[in-house]
Structures are given as structure tokens and as C-alpha cells.
Design a protein around this ligand. Structure first.
Ligand code: TRP
Length: 439
């Protein structure tokens, strides 16, 4: 009986493969815009550590673990608020590999043959006269299906990704369409969200900053190391006093990604006035360090406290599974993986019984006041409100709980009582269901 009006939330979802250490290019291109987007009203964000994907590229267990820690700490240090967003580790959600299998069964092998990453490996083998599938794992071949499961599991509307990932989002759409065609409307068709204005940061050698070019500046490298790396950015050979060109200057582009418009105008003028490269590098170093230093401190504190991050990820997994577990149940029933004793309607294509889910019940008491309670999927009482004077006030409280989850509890504590024997975790899990399941 969720009769409250709540504006539909747009769900954004992004995975970060856990195979490296974040660098300034990742920060400018992905971390910073994502953290900013996660604070917008009307948006629900899902960020997860794609560690199953990491296994496809990396067979070094220590590196997988270290990178997972570093990436989690980086996002948190950059201001990601795990109360506000879903922040979890892919391998904590067993429903994801389970959905991967259901999607595998509706995905054409020929479609996967055409996936860019797989095809590139095959082309390379053929060019070298090798067996086409030499050194190609089935993991690489299945990469797009696992990614489709990541996205479809949480009914994401928008998936912010780089251009190289567009094909994967299109494949996820195709999988969803095919599944819905066979089994009814269960999956939401996602769209890629390509941020055109996000700067591609050049690296030390002027090419795009990328691990594969070995030209990166690690985001949280110590201050003195940052200074040294910046001193190594390529410049031309113009002497101090000679006017410099901003066009094509890696140093200028990196500065621009961190500076305000007026600061950038200042450096442009300094270029025209013949600033020496040493001084320009000093300006760039100070500007980056100014932005990064407070985050670096938080990062160091987080890295030194892995059990804290582990706890956050466990809590994130609990919230995410509050959505994934019932939804997976719905999908299992849809395809016919059913309790044999349940008398499901025989093969009613496209019509699947609604899953039991937590629900708010609103009612009026004899005292003339307006009340609500929250029940879990088994109709157990979780939360009881006191009497509101107006139905609108009760509805607003429900709406806040549905949108903000347990974050809303503090502001409403005078009006709510947790039922005896119910833990805060159980409550958070039930509430997370609403914020994540609004279409
Ligand atoms: N393939 C993505 C990349 O390499 C990472 C990723 C895994 C992802 N699962 C995802 C991105 C789901 C978006 C949505 O960047």
C-alpha cells in the first residue's frame, strides 16, 4: 500500500574493475564526476567494486585484494557517502553470478563473438598465425554477460561509462529485451550515459593518462613524490621569457582539470608572458596538492584501517542484497525454477506473481490520528509510527523513509518506534528495498 507520491528516482550504476591503483586520470574522468552526481537529488547511485571482472584480467590474488582496498578507500576519501549510495563489492552479491547464468541462456553466442575485447584477442591471434582462441579464457568471452547481470540486477536506468564500454551496455539491453520477451517484463533496459564534457587527462608523456602507457600520476602518491612526477611532465624546449603555447601542452591541460576558470586564465597569461617551465610545474604541483592533500589524509587513514572498509562493504552488501535477493526470487520463478509444491499458474507467459516484499500500511485510529507501520516480506512488524495530525504528514514521513532509507530515521525519531526484537540492520535492509526498487 505504498500510496505516497514519490518522484521516480533515476538509478545510476557503475562498476570499477579492481586491478590497479587509481590515478589522476581516474579521479578527473570518473571518481570526481561520480561523487558529484551521487549528491544530486532524484538520483540513486550504485557503485561497486567489480572484483569478479578483475579475475578475468589478473591472476595475482594479492593484487586483487590490494586493489580492492585501494579503490574502495579512494572513492570514500573522495567523498562518496555510503549512507547515501549503494556501495558494495560484486563478489558479495551471489545473485549476480546467478543472474549471469540466466542471461547466458538468452544470449546468442554469435553476439558474444562480436564483443570488441574478445574479437581483438582473436584478431591478434589470427594475425600472428596462432589458433584464434589461443590464450583466450571463457571468462573474457563471458565478460559482457557478467556485466549485463551487474546492471540488470539493480534495474539501472543509466550507466555512466567510457566510450569503449558502449557496446557492453547495448548487449545488456539486448539481453534484457530477449529475457522480457520470453518471460515477461522483469528487466529494465539500461542506457549508456557518456559524459561528453569530462576531460581526458593527458599523462606524463602527453598521451592519454593510462596504466597501459605507464604514464600515470597515482592519485594519492605522497606530496614529494607528486612533485617529482610533475617535474617529469613533457614540455617543449622553450626557455624562460619565451612565450609558450597552451595548445597541446599536457601541463596546461592537467592544470585546467583542477583549476577554476580564473586560475586557468592566469596560467594562460603566464604562458603568454613567458613563464619558465619550472615555475609552471611548481604552480601545477601546488594546485593539485591543494585539492588532493585533504583527501590523501583521509585515504591514508582508511588504508590503515581495512576492517573499517570491510565493515562498510558488508553493510553495503546487506543493502544491495535486500534488493537482489527478492528480485532474483522473482526471476527464478519467472523462468520456472520454482518450488514444486507451489501451484504456479501453468506457463503463464509474461505474468508472474508479485514477490512478497516489505510494505508500509497506513491507517486511521479511533483517536482520529493517522498512523503507519512497516512490515517485512513475512508481514512481521518492523516499525510503528505515532499518530500524525494529518494524513499528508504521515505520507511525507513514509516517502522520506522510502527515498532515503535509514538516513531518514534520525529526523523522524520522535514519531517512530522500532518494534521489539528488530535490529537496526533488519530495518535498514527493509528500507533499502524501497529506495532501490522504485522504477
Ligand atoms: N567493464 C567496466 C570497465 O572496465 C567495469 C564494469 C563491470 C562495469 N561491470 C560494470 C561498468 C557494470 C558499468 C556497469 O570499466
Amino acid at each position: 500500500m505504498n500510496s505516497t507520491s514519490s518522484a521516480p528516482l533515476q538509478r545510476f550504476l557503475t562498476g570499477i574493475t579492481t586491478t590497479g591503483t587509481p590515478h589522476l586520470g581516474n579521479f578527473v574522468g570518473s571518481i570526481r564526476p561520480s561523487v558529484a552526481a551521487s549528491r544530486l537529488p532524484g538520483v540513486q547511485s550504485f557503485y561497486f567494486l567489480a572484483d569478479y571482472h578483475a579475475l578475468i584480467k589478473c591472476d595475482d590474488p594479492a593484487r586483487i585484494q590490494r586493489s580492492t582496498l585501494e579503490i574502495a578507500a579512494s572513492w570514500l576519501a573522495a567523498g562518496l557517502d555510503p549512507q547515501r549510495v549503494m556501495f558494495y563489492r560484486q563478489s558479495d552479491i551471489p545473485e549476480i553470478p546467478e543472474l549471469t547464468w540466466l542471461l547466458t541462456c538468452v544470449t546468442g553466442k554469435g553476439v558474444l563473438n562480436r564483443a570488441h575485447a574478445y574479437k581483438a584477442s582473436v584478431d591478434k591471434n589470427e594475425a600472428a598465425g596462432n589458433d584464434p582462441d589461443a590464450d583466450v579464457t571463457a571468462g573474457l568471452f563471458m565478460y559482457p554477460v557478467l556485466m549485463g547481470a551487474d546492471i540488470l540486477m539493480f534495474k539501472a536506468h543509466k550507466v555512466p561509462v567510457g566510450r569503449d564500454q558502449i557496446q557492453h551496455i547495448e548487449m545488456a539491453r539486448d539481453m534484457a529485451q530477449r529475457f522480457n520477451h520470453l518471460y515477461g517484463e522483469h528487466l529494465v533496459l539500461p542506457e549508456a550515459a557518456i559524459e561528453e564534457s569530462v576531460a581526458l587527462l593527458p599523462g606524463l608523456d602527453g598521451r592519454k593518462m593510462s596504466k597501459s602507457y605507464d604514464n600515470t600520476i597515482p592519485l594519492f602518491t605522497p606530496r614529494e613524490q607528486l612533485r617529482k612526477l610533475i617535474a617529469g611532465i613533457v614540455t617543449d624546449s622553450r626557455a624562460p621569457g619565451e612565450a609558450k603555447d597552451t595548445f597541446g601542452s599536457a601541463l596546461f591541460q592537467i592544470y585546467q582539470a583542477f583549476a577554476s576558470e580564473s586560475e586557468t586564465a592566469g596560467l594562460r597569461q603566464a604562458y603568454a608572458d613567458g613563464i619558465g617551465w619550472g615555475d609552471a610545474k611548481q604552480m601545477l604541483f601546488e594546485r593539485i596538492d591543494q585539492e588532493v592533500a585533504p583527501m590523501r589524509e583521509r585515504y591514508q587513514a582508511l588504508i590503515g584501517n581495512p576492517q573499517e572498509i570491510e565493515k562498510l562493504l558488508q553493510a553495503g552488501a546487506e543493502k544491495a542484497r535486500a534488493v537482489a535477493t527478492p528480485f532474483m526470487g522473482e526471476l527464478r520463478r519467472a523462468v520456472g525454477l520454482r518450488n514444486l509444491a507451489s501451484n504456479a499458474p501453468a506457463a503463464a507467459k509474461g505474468k508472474v506473481a508479485k514477490t512478497a516484499a516489505p510494505a508500509f500500511k497506513q491507517y486511521r485510529e479511533k483517536d482520529g490520528r493517522f498512523y503507519f507501520k512497516l512490515l517485512d516480506a513475512d508481514a512481521r512488524l518492523l516499525l510503528q509510527s505515532r499518530g500524525f495530525d494529518a494524513p499528508k504528514a504521515a505520507a511525507l514521513a513514509i516517502s522520506a523513509l522510502q527515498k532515503e532509507g535509514s538516513t531518514a530515521l534520525a529526523g523522524l525519531q520522535d514519531m517512530l518506534e522500532t518494534a521489539p526484537g528488530i535490529t537496526q540492520g533488519e530495518l535498514a535492509t527493509a528500507l533499502a528495498f524501497f529506495s532501490a526498487s522504485q522504477d
